[in-house]
Ligand binder design. Structure first.
Ligand code: SF4
Length: 323
């Protein structure tokens, strides 16, 4: 029996190469080792997205990116969070046993308060409870997490211990599978993020990818082609480390002795990045040409997820004593 893994992504913007390196590539690899449940967590997005007019489009686009990257519906369950309403019910029950003090101390809550002081909503503080509901509804045993998400998972484990102690053994305590999520910097040198727009989206064309890379910041002290560069502070060089592993060392050496110019260096990166993304972009075009297929995958994914969810909820209601 394979262990079950759960992971979700919030549809707050188009997926970019940072998401690809940090999560999607990992999701694809985990499919052979685990019984995988992958979810586009659109309810979570509501904690920070105020204008929802674009939410269904972003959700749809994210599904296409995920499938194009190689998530195989024959191996994994892929669905939209809100299509399984049992998650809201479990969220409510778990909320009744989670002390507010646990939630107020979560570092990401404090960060979010700073980021959106005008919109500190109830869902924002309860975010880790909804996350726990996502994981526990499917009795996932493993959750891929970056170091910064460990406090969330530890909170899920605390909720499990409390629930099991109060109502009897019901949920497994999920383990974190620590994943090395590389911090991929954006084209302006800041963190690549959907919010800032400094990113290279997976679904853009080869030409657009090359155009964006040509505009990326490099070593700011290298003003002329004849100046030696410092690859250690250059984001283009860092990206060569992910997408051009065979040549990255040589490029670093050539940069230091001014044997390569930034234009040629960026052209090479664009070529290598486009090469890596080419199969994904081809699959995406095929998926776009068959819109009914993705809808069918999501429908079947939600049906399979609901079978698991409804079994869990029957037991949960029984344990709690609800008639
Ligand atoms: Fe960066 Fe490449 Fe220019 Fe060196 S040659 S500064 S690594 S872009």
């Amino acid at each position: 029996m394979k262990k079950r893994i759960f992971s979700g992504m919030r549809p707050t913007g188009r997926l970019h190469i940072g998401n690809y390196l940090g999560a999607l590539k990992n999701w694809v690899q985990l499919q052979d080792e685990f019984d995988c449940i992958y979810c586009v967590v659109d309810i979570h997005a509501l904690t920070s997205v105020e204008d929802t007019s674009n939410l269904s489009t972003l959700t749809h686009e994210m599904v296409l990116d995920i499938m194009a990257a190689g998530i195989d519906p024959e191996k994994s369950i892929l669905f939209i969070q809100s299509r399984v309403p049992e998650v809201a019910e479990l969220n409510t029950f778990l909320g009744m046993i989670t002390p507010l003090s646990w939630l107020l101390r979560v570092p990401t809550f404090k960060e979010k308060v700073k980021l959106q002081p005008h919109n500190v909503n109830y869902g924002l503080v309860g975010y880790p409870v909804l996350m726990a509901a996502d994981i526990l509804l499917y009795r996932a045993e493993v959750v891929p997490v970056g170091q910064d998400q460990m406090p969330h998972l530890e909170l899920t484990r605390e909720i499990v211990r409390r629930f099991n102690a109060q109502f009897g053994p019901t949920f497994p305590e999920p383990e974190g599978r620590l994943t090395n999520f590389p911090v991929v910097l954006g084209l302006d040198g800041g963190k690549m993020s959907k919010q800032t727009g400094n990113m290279i989206e997976l679904a853009i064309s080869e030409e657009e990818t090359a155009r964006k890379i040509m505009g990326a910041v490099t070593d700011p002290s290298r003003r002329y082609r004849s100046d030696p560069g410092n690859p250690d502070i250059c984001n283009v060089y860092r990206l060569h480390g992910y997408f051009n592993t065979a040549e990255v060392d040589e490029i670093g050496q050539r940069c230091r002795r001014a044997a390569i110019g930034c234009v040629d260096c960026k052209k090479k990166l664009a070529e290598m990045l486009n090469k890596e993304l080419a199969p994904m972009r081809l699959r995406r075009r095929e998926l776009e040409a068959r819109p009914e297929y993705a809808k069918q995958v999501l429908k079947e994914g939600a049906e399979k997820a609901r079978v698991l969810a409804s079994n869990t909820m029957s037991e949960v209601r029984d344990r709690i004593g609800l008639i």
